[in-house]
Design a protein around this ligand. Structure first.
Ligand code: UD1
Ligand code: CA
Length: 465
């Protein structure tokens, strides 16, 4: 980590007019998280002493979205008078000896490496630049005959020759706080936009004989800014492609990287196979040999060795241990824990429940607020009736219980070890161990029963022949 005292200043006061949204631009989501969250996380690695975030319209929404943002100093920019004006609002908070890294809130994918390089630049003012095939709408980097950076010229103020320059301003800059504050006092708004442009500090610094350097990155994705949903979508695609590539490099077999989404972090073991349209969200752990079928969503969960998650399953805040089989079409809700070799099949919903080793709920069941022992069989259509309209109650099913199909277990209730519940039973009281509990009407046989017959249709009904 750099020894300099680093502060950061993120410009995030824009509403992103070009997105036509009621939401501040930095709250738009990339990979499932607000743009600003990406920047704050990446900056964290640099251990800056403070992060000043300049906000304006929708500031309450932004602050509310980051209730635990330690180290963030929210700075209000009530009038949006340009990027230079935005930094001016933060400047009074800079500590004199520090180096300030300035970033645009709408460019979320800058890397720790790039930030570290910027922090280590030996100059008074450093500018992060990149070559763009189509530099249209960006500020152009103007250099003198010796290659020294002398100015940044915005598209609207650029001459025809300047417009041909392909090296552009990414918006990332680093400067000594005391000099920066001084340069900012010289800014004016004599430009086509009538704004205080941060980019003008480059010419101000260069003219004052200060050392201005550029660090040109080749990572266009890292510095791509978002102004429209179209740009957001293409950055998302690019970002997801990279996520998939990184995982493949770690040995994960992703069947189609263009149909894989990571919206958080995943820790992977070996020999994992991920079929198409899988979304991993939050913090996910996949141990060796896990297979995930098509169209699964797995969020904040841990999947144990050799477990198979079959297609169309949705898993949230769940621990699935080794050798389990889940799905197709299973839903595991928060607080679920499947121990070793559990099978949860199609159209089974489990919430806040533990299933012991080797237990099975193969089809069409709801298991909520329940503790289920080892080697239990839950028949199709079984429901734990955990809610009485006011409170939730628990169901305990001990080891080796066999619950027949279509049973309703009205909680709170305990089914003792080794017992059997007859199909179609409604169990309202505790069942002791090793018994058969049946509660259903006895079957009656009515002989010679005549089923009602339909009257024959009239032949001359209109429209019928
Ligand atoms: C800016 C740069 C341009 C660069 C481009 C890279 C300036 C003058 N121009 O242009 O050189 O090539 O980014 O993407 O800096 N903001 C505020 N307060 C304001 C104005 C803007 O906080 O008063 C924030 C916005 O929320 C945004 C960022 O600053 O996050 C950049 O503003 P934007 O208007 O998008 O600048 P660009 O026209 O993209
Ligand atoms: Ca922009």
């Amino acid at each position: 980590m750099p020894e300099k005292n680093i502060e950061a200043c993120i410009l995030a006061a824009g509403m992103g007019t070009r997105m036509r949204s009621n939401r501040p631009k930095v709250l738009q989501r990339l990979a499932g998280r607000p743009l600003l969250a990406h920047l704050l996380d990446t900056l964290d690695a640099l251990e800056p002493s403070r992060i000043h975030v300049v906000i304006g319209e929708g500031s309450e929404l932004i602050q509310a979205a980051f209730p635990d943002a330690k180290n963030v100093n929210w700075v209000m920019q009530t009038e949006r008078l340009g990027t230079g004006h935005a930094v001016m609002q933060a400047a009074t908070h800079f500590s004199p000896g520090s180096h300030v890294i300035m970033l645009l809130g709408d460019a979320p994918l800058i890397s720790v490496d790039t930030l570290t390089t910027m922090a280590q630049m030996d100059c008074d003012l450093g500018v992060l630049t990149v070559d763009m095939k189509d530099p249209c709408n960006y500020g152009r980097i103007v250099r003198d005959v010796n290659g020294n950076v002398t100015a940044i010229v915005e598209e609207r103020d650029a001459t025809v020759e300047q417009k041909a320059i392909q090296e552009i301003n990414t918006g990332g800059m680093v400067a000594k706080a005391s000099l920066l504050s001084h340069w900012l006092t010289s800014l004016d708004c004599k430009n086509d936009q009538r704004e205080y442009l941060l980019t003008d500090i480059v010419a101000i610094a260069a003219n004052a004989g200060c050392k201005v350097s550029a660090y040109k990155t080749s990572e266009v994705t890292e510095v791509t800014g978002i102004n429209t949903f179209e740009q957001l979508a293409s950055l998302e695609k690019e970002h997801q492609g990279r996520n998939a590539l990184k995982l493949m490099e770690q040995g994960v077999h992703i069947i189609d990287p263009s149909r894989f989404d990571l919206r958080g972090e995943v820790k992977v073991g070996k020999d994992i196979v991920i079929d198409i349209n899988v979304i991993l969200e939050g913090k996910v752990v996949l141990e060796d040999g896990v297979t995930i079928g098509a169209n699964c969503i797995i969020k904040d969960s841990k999947i144990g060795r050799n477990t198979v998650i079959k297609s169309n399953s949705v898993i949230d805040e769940t621990i699935v241990e080794a050798d389990c089989s889940v799905g197709p079409f299973a839903r595991l809700r928060p607080g679920t824990h499947l121990k070793k070799a559990v099978a949860v099949g199609n159209f089974v919903e489990v919430k806040k429940s533990t299933l012991g080793e080797g237990s099975k709920a193969s089809h069409l069941a709801y298991l909520g607020d329940s503790t289920i022992g080892t080697s239990v069989n839950i028949g199709a259509g079984t429901i734990t009736c955990n809610y009485d309209g006011v409170s939730k109650h628990e169901t305990h099913i001990e080891d080796n219980v066999f619950v027949g199909s279509n049973a309703s277990l009205v909680a709170p209730v305990t089914i003792g070890e080794g017992s059997t519940i007859g199909a179609g039973s409604t169990i309202t009281r505790d069942v002791e161990g090793n018994v058969l509990a049946v509660s259903r009407g006895r079957q009656k046989i009515i002989s010679h029963w005549q089923r009602p017959a339909k009257k024959s249709l009239k032949k001359d009904r209109p429209g019928k022949k």
